[in-house]
Design a protein around this ligand. Structure first.
Ligand SMILES: C[S@@+](CC[C@H](N)C(=O)[O-])C[C@H]1O[C@@H](n2cnc3c(N)ncnc32)[C@H](O)[C@@H]1O
Length: 356
């Protein structure tokens, strides 16, 4: 075990840190070998060129001190073959009778990747009851989007990739998720461990700013729960636009507030205890932003107020959750006095003849 080391033993710690850096590089190459091969010579060849360096920078102990613990967890997963994978109505891999190690041992390994914020996942009979019931979000969008059959799909800010699995289940030819938070990427890799190496689904430990600009490559791009974390929302929308091929579709899910055109709030300090929330626009404002960067056919397809049934504390996410961020007076307002957290889903297309 890499980290059962006494803190007094400085020489060993130095050695182990070095070992882990090398090991994370080896692991990275291993996990993305198939994607890298596929990207060479594809519309994503510009990404293929810069990916090795990005992986080495982001999937690294200097950025994520606990990375060796997470890699250790991935190393300790059992090898099981010949099990079913169901991605149609849920994300279910294998069943309880196929688990080759004791159930509580398996659960302990997975729990080392706590907190599980997105899910649920059913893994060899272990039900990972995540903080968010992300299946509800998928249900709200699935009927409104272009069929994903044979499409190249990007999910920006995908967390541990729950929605990526659902996109693959919906027929996508290949799904690439990106998220700079490496613990979430390791959660994805824990699930991917139990699938064929060449299953066309990957989650990369990078942010949208790391992608080559003007790829014009993806058939569908999803940005869900990301826009309000960006300091410059218009720049984010422009980046999404430039990632899509002519005629491609954007699916944007974000926090919204009631208000007229041009209205948006910029929370002072925190919003529902989150520090990094910048712009929450009205529906009309967001529609005008999307149109301004060039999208056509912009439409709002769903509005929902987040409930305690959708976001809550569970055994798999033991920190505070929605009920701790909302006033107790029944108004539904955030602790800071902002309107109840409400999310809208917007869909739009890049014109088939892209303007320069
Ligand atoms: C609220 S979560 C949304 C997760 C998922 N898309 C969903 O809708 O359930 C926002 C995610 O965006 C990721 N994120 C933050 N900055 C990002 C960036 N610059 N590029 C891509 N993703 C980012 C975070 O790590 C986090 O996992």
């Amino acid at each position: 075990m890499l980290f059962e080391v006494s803190p007094q033993n400085k020489v060993t710690i130095k050695h182990i840190t070095y070992t882990c850096i090398v090991r994370s590089e080896i692991t990275t190459v291993h996990y993305y070998k198939n994607l890298q091969n596929w990207m060479n010579g594809s519309v994503l060849s510009p990404l293929a060129k810069c990916l090795p360096q990005l992986l080495n920078e982001n999937f690294h102990t200097t950025r994520w001190g606990d990375l060796p613990l997470w890699l250790d967890c991935l190393d300790n997963l059992p090898n099981i073959v010949g099990h079913p994978i169901n991605l149609d109505s849920e994300v279910q891999i294998g069943n309880a009778s196929q688990l080759v190690i004791p159930r509580d041992e398996f659960q302990k390994i997975l729990m080392k990747l706590h907190p599980w914020r997105k899910g649920p996942f059913s893994l060899f009979g272990i039900e990972i009851d995540s903080e968010w019931r992300s299946n509800l979000k998928w249900d709200r969008i699935a009927d409104h989007i272009h069929s994903l059959e044979n499409r190249l799909v990007l999910d920006v800010g995908c967390g541990n990739g729950y929605q990526c699995w659902r996109m693959l289940g919906a027929g996508a030819e290949r799904v690439i998720g990106i998220d700079p938070s490496v613990k979430f990427v390791c959660q994805f890799l824990a699930l991917k461990h139990f699938t064929e190496d060449n299953l066309p689904i990957d989650v990369l430990p990078i942010g949208i700013q790391d992608l080559p600009t003007n790829l014009h490559a993806f058939d569908s791009v999803f940005s869900m729960g990301v826009l309000y974390h960006r300091k410059s929302p218009l720049e984010h929308l422009q980046q999404l636009y430039n990632l899509l091929r002519p005629g491609g579709q954007i699916v944007l899910e974000t926090l919204i507030v009631e208000g007229s055109n041009r209205y948006s709030i910029v929370p002072q300090g925190r919003y529902a205890k989150m520090r990094n929330v910048w712009f929450i626009p009205s529906v009309k404002t967001l529609i005008s932003w999307l149109s301004r960067v060039g999208f056509i056919g912009v439409r709002l397809v769903d509005v929902s107020i987040t409930s305690n049934g959708e976001q809550r504390k569970t055994n798999w996410m033991r920190y505070q959750s929605l009920e701790d961020f909302i006033m107790t007076d029944g108004s539904g307002r955030t602790l800071e006095g902002y309107p109840p957290p409400t999310r809208g889903v917007f869909i739009a297309e890049v014109p088939s003849q892209r303007s320069k």
